[in-house]
Design a protein. Structure first.
Length: 84
């Protein structure tokens, strides 16, 4: 029987900036990432030329530290600053 990583599934507080994108918390980090991707796809924010890049809209810019474009690997690091 495998054990799930309870630290990974622990509900986290979400900053007001991130809550505009993924909804009110608390929620586990995995759910935050899922909700973020739903938002990105719904608003067609994935760069057409380079699918690894995410183009920020008005709601995502504060989450991305003011950057207009971030790559998907950088995104998770920036989002973690909005979780506590």
């Amino acid at each position: 029987m495998t054990k799930t990583n309870s630290a990974f599934m622990k509900p986290m507080k979400i900053s007001p900036e991130l809550a505009l994108v993924v909804g009110e918390g608390p929620m586990p980090r995995s759910e935050v990432v899922k909700a973020l991707w739903v938002y990105i796809k719904k608003h067609n924010l994935q760069d057409e030329a380079n699918r690894r890049n995410i183009n920020a809209d008005e709601n995502l810019k504060p989450v991305f530290g003011g950057q207009a474009t971030v790559n998907m690997f950088e995104m998770t690091k920036l989002v973690s600053k909005h979780l506590s």
